[in-house]
Design a protein around this ligand. Structure first.
Ligand SMILES: C[S@@+](CC[C@H](N)C(=O)[O-])C[C@H]1O[C@@H](n2cnc3c(N)ncnc32)[C@H](O)[C@@H]1O
Length: 299
């Protein structure tokens, strides 16, 4: 499989090194099956020039009509965003995104997925942020949802129906349950097996679950802001085609390397249905230090 830099419909993997608007101009109407992306939040990260959420809105005002144009009827757009925070004032970006997507007639919200993770910055003046969101829209009302591809194990698979014609029989689905719209998936922190030098990677598992449930092998997946290439690599692993863009040269190089690993079957990633590790009480980090007991009598 080859990595190309220019869009052509029959390519397996297009990594465009440049501005997403330039790439989008070369993509014909109704050619993308699924867009998954996390845009710049305009928080002054190393890859951002703005700290202002008005710029976030104007970027989306320009981008969303184009995303709608290139999406196939029945195709999906999944937009992963968190919060804009300035001086402890929090603006939920999915709220802003929803207002802008809402202007596209024929685009329907199917889920507002809460992505929750156990670790992150510890706030002193408000509750620490432990979730972000993914908004899933479809173009039109006729769309496929391949639930069986992403079922997860039931907590109590032995549960039985207590009434009706199935009384006494197992009540669950032997293939597992619907994962729901609250996804507990570890964020990519410094010790995560997927961590690269990109400061804001999203986890492979989020993208994998969306690709498996919303597309079929051979379908075309798009990410206008691919960063370290998480969406691209996940698409390759699941035998889908990919097209996307990234402005920053160092991130582009990371993404290319991850795609090559995905192609050779050597990409390391955490599967979407892997349960969260329980803390091992025998480890040193799980032990309460004596100095804590002196301060906190409840321990
Ligand atoms: C939130 S990060 C995406 C991270 C990605 N989801 C990952 O897992 O690595 C947003 C990315 O968009 C890139 N970017 C910002 N403006 C862009 C533009 N106009 N065209 C293409 N890429 C852009 C930034 O360099 C940054 O890497």
């Amino acid at each position: 499989m080859l990595i190309s830099k220019k869009y052509a419909h029959d390519q397996q993997c297009v990594l465009y090194p440049g501005d997403c608007f330039k790439l989008i101009r070369s993509i014909p109407d109704e050619s993308i099956d699924l867009t998954i992306s996390s845009p710049p939040y305009c928080m002054g990260k190393e890859y951002e020039t703005s700290t202002n959420y008005e710029d976030f809105i104007s970027l989306h005002e320009k981008l969303i009509p184009e995303l709608f144009r290139i999406t196939k009827p029945g195709g999906s757009i999944c937009w992963q965003v968190g919060f804009h925070v300035a001086s402890s004032v929090v603006t939920p970006l999915d709220y802003l995104v929803y207002s802008t997507f809402g202007k596209c007639e024929g685009l329907y919200l199917r889920n507002r997925i809460i992505w929750t993770f156990g670790h992150g910055l510890h706030c002193q003046k408000r509750f620490s942020g432990r979730h972000e969101t993914v908004l899933w829209f479809t173009k039109g009302k006729d769309f496929d949802f391949n639930l069986d591809e992403v079922r997860v194990p039931q907590k109590y698979p032995g549960k039985r129906s207590y009434k009706g014609s199935n009384k006494g029989r197992p009540s669950g689905n032997p293939k597992g349950k619907n994962p729901g719209d609250v996804w507990e998936i570890p964020a990519v922190n410094a010790r995560h097996s997927e961590k690269t030098d990109h400061p804001c990677q999203f986890p492979h598992a989020i993208v994998q679950r969306l690709i498996l449930s919303l597309t079929k092998p051979g379908n075309l997946v798009f990410d206008p802001f691919f960063g370290s290439g998480t969406t691209a690599a996940a698409a390759i692993v699941e035998d889908r085609r990919f097209v996307g863009s990234e402005l920053n040269k160092s991130y582009y190089a990371i993404a290319k390397q991850r795609c090559e690993k995905a192609m050779s079957g050597t990409l390391v990633f955490r599967q979407h249905d892997k349960p969260i590790d329980e803390p091992n009480p025998a480890t040193k980090v799980a032990q309460v230090p004596a100095s804590f007991r002196e301060v906190n009598k409840k321990l």
